[in-house]
Write a protein that binds this ligand. Structure first.
Ligand code: SAH
Ligand code: SF4
Ligand code: F3S
Length: 459
């Protein structure tokens, strides 16, 4: 039945969801289906959803409304909701949108083919029970031919009081170093140049794997993994996200300073700059500890770019406590901070508390945060002016076909004049001539692409 059917996948949310979507698209292609750009023309439509905030969750319902209408006219249409809303809502989604064929949580992404087989037998299927995630045998259909996501740990064992992730992504499950390396070796052979290792709490990598070193240290930490995969041929850049301040180690920073392929970029969310708020969030660190981590990063890797996430107007946050967040940011000066106003989420403790702040306070604080974020991003961008940065070219600048775009090692988006057919996947030295808060413009220093190792780098 799947022969010649056309599928469409729309992805919401984080890098984990993007990686899952690529795996699910790979499964659909493997079943003989082909990509359809227009979701309203596809035979199989899959929404891979996010529920981190209410606004993210609501998005999918409006999309589903249109598809449900289509389905009533075309019973051959297969409608799938995957990802975190699927996990959170389960059967409720079928009640809300009875036209759905399949509701599947993130842990079931690998099982898409067998779940669709059940749908083909005429069933409405809900797959949300916790499972041990099996190693994938199908190949993802990756969006890029230059940079790739590689999952290293699924799930999260933390219990941040605002967060749905542990509820929807389940307990931590690390992939083995051998499986991760094998995936990277294959990516290198296929011509990929950059890999981002993914985990919601990537510092927890390996906690569930066996192994203690003769010195009594846990084997298979993220740091060990970086050393283990560092020499994979063809892969020139390695990134990782997201770091949790509670588990971040000096050993990891040293590894980044030592290993030339590991990019000088750290994404370490602080969420708040106030100890009382951090405690209420259940984050397990103080702002002093966070500051020490940044000091350590800057001691070993002085030019590192540092990004983070922050939440404005957590329940009970006073104005003085919010000022502490601004103060932390002023002291550190971040390259980039993802901000959000607190959003109460089903099944999380903080959503039940009586001390919720009103919408006006949320918006006011969020605006103040955002203002500071762009100011700081601009300041941090300016340090690149006149410098030569190595840029891994990914694509054409969508706003100017005469330019290509890529990222610096510090993860700044950079545009420069060039021909994509010659430059795609190349790492080129670019002299930066213009800076903006979140991007740079430059010109190639010399025509020939150089190996990044002999280029300019902070390590
Ligand atoms: N695992 C990462 C982040 C995962 S979620 C970490 O621990 O930092 C991505 C970001 O969404 C979080 O860092 C947080 O800033 C934001 N977020 C999560 N739940 C939220 C909520 N209920 N309201 C507002 N922002 C939230
Ligand atoms: Fe959510 Fe906290 Fe886990 Fe991050 S560490 S995913 S914020 S529970
Ligand atoms: Fe969203 Fe799920 Fe990621 S809730 S942020 S897609 S883990």
């Amino acid at each position: 039945m799947s022969e010649s059917r056309r599928y469409h996948v729309t992805t919401f949310g984080c890098q984990m969801n993007k990686a899952d979507s690529e795996r699910m698209a790979g499964i659909l292609e493997n079943m003989g289906m082909s990509w359809e750009e227009d979701p309203l023309a596809a035979d199989v439509v899959l929404y891979n959803t996010c529920t981190i905030r209410d606004s993210a969750e609501q998005k999918v319902y409006s999309y589903l409304g249109k598809q449900a209408k289509r389905k009533r006219k075309n019973p051959n249409l297969t409608l799938v909701v995957a990802g975190c809303v699927a996990q959170q809502e389960g059967e409720n989604l079928l009640r809300r949108v009875p036209e759905l064929d399949l509701v599947m949580g993130p842990q079931h992404a690998n099982q898409l083919e067998s779940l669709l087989a059940q749908v083909d037998q005429g069933n409405q299927v809900v797959a949300t029970e916790p499972v041990h995630i099996m190693e994938d045998i199908t190949k993802p259909r990756r969006d890029s031919q230059v940079t790739a996501w590689v999952n290293v740990i699924y799930g999260c064992n933390e219990r941040c009081t605002y967060c749905v992730v542990p509820g929807v992504r389940g307990v931590e499950q690390s992939r083995t170093p051998a499986a991760i390396r094998a995936e990277m070796v294959e990516l290198g052979q296929q011509g990929y140049k950059e890999v981002t290792l993914l985990g919601q709490n990537i510092d927890a990598y390996g906690r569930d794997l066996p192994g203690i070193t003769p010195e009594g240290r846990r084997e298979n930490t993220l740091t060990d993994l970086l050393y283990f995969v560092h020499d994979v041929p063809g892969i020139e850049r390695i990134r990782f996200a997201t770091s949790h301040p509670r588990y971040f180690t000096e050993r990891l920073v040293k590894a980044c300073a030592e290993l030339p392929k590991v990019c000088e970029h750290f994404h370490i969310p602080f969420q708040s700059g106030d100890n009382e708020v951090l405690k209420a969030m259940g984050r397990g660190y103080t702002h002093e500890k966070y500051r020490r981590i940044i000091d350590t990063v800057r001691r070993y890797v002085p030019d590192a770019s540092i990004s983070a996430d922050a939440i404005a107007a957590f329940p009970g946050e006073t104005d003085a406590q919010f000022q502490s967040t601004l103060k932390l940011m002023e002291d550190i000066v971040f390259d980039m901070v993802n901000t959000a106003a607190y959003s109460p989420r089903p099944g999380t403790p903080a959503a039940e508390w009586a001390n919720q702040l009103n919408e006006a306070t949320k918006q006011d604080r969020l605006q103040q945060l955002n203002h500071l974020v762009s100011q700081q991003a601009e300041v941090r961008s300016q340090r690149y002016l006149g410098r030569t940065e190595t840029v891994l070219v990914e694509a054409v600048n969508p706003r100017d076909p005469a330019q290509v775009m890529g990222r610096t090692r510090g993860n700044r988006l950079t545009f420069f004049p060039g021909d994509i057919s010659a430059l795609k996947g190349q790492i080129v030295p670019v002299r930066i001539t213009e800076t903006r808060a979140f991007s740079l413009t430059g010109a190639v220093l010399e025509q020939a692409a150089i190996k990044e190792r002999i280029g300019v780098s902070a390590c």
